[in-house]
Write a protein that binds this ligand. Structure first.
Ligand code: ATP
Ligand code: MG
Length: 138
């Protein structure tokens, strides 16, 4: 049974013209695109999305960054999508990310790390519903 996950190409990567390259890596890895849109989000929307990190020291900076320019919001689908996307992304800190991963190749810092991917089934369901309406997911 295919599984859905939620992903963002973050503002650093969009600004650097890497959105197409990253999308191509995602497609080559076998993911189908269920829904996709380019959007600039507000600070308030970023705070809601990253609410689990509210108490972290980097919360203010992270939400400023995420609302600093257009990003690409996506719902992706394949067998084992959640774990496989996290593997394709690499570790949060690009310095620790494995060779060949998107963050190793395209991220510039632990904060400006090019891509987001849901980390579990419950977070994927929450994040898909946060950014996409039911009619966009048919
Ligand atoms: P994401 O949730 O974006 O897929 P992740 O699950 O690998 O990333 P999290 O721990 O959920 O990592 O952190 C969310 C985001 O917050 C990171 O992707 C990164 O942009 C930022 N971040 C995490 N740790 C730090 C840090 N120590 N300093 C600055 N920014 C950080
Ligand atoms: Mg996370």
């Amino acid at each position: 049974m295919p599984q859905r996950t939620f992903s963002i190409i973050k503002p650093d990567a969009v600004r650097s013209g890497l959105a197409g390259t990253i999308l191509s890596e995602i497609a080559k890895a076998g993911f189908g695109i269920v829904a996709i849109k380019k959007q600039t989000i507000s600070k308030h929307e970023a705070e809601g999305f990253y609410a689990v990190h509210r108490s972290k020291p980097f919360f203010g900076s992270l939400t400023d960054f995420m609302s600093s320019g257009p990003l690409i919001l996506m719902v992706l689908e394949k067998e084992n999508a959640i774990a496989d996307l996290r593997k394709l992304m690499g570790a949060t800190d690009p310095a620790k990310a494995a060779e060949g991963t998107i963050r190793k190749k395209f991220a510039t810092s632990i904060e400006h790390n090019a891509i987001h991917g849901s980390d579990a089934e419950e977070t994927a369901a929450y994040e898909i519903g946060y950014w996409f309406a039911g009619y966009e997911l048919l």
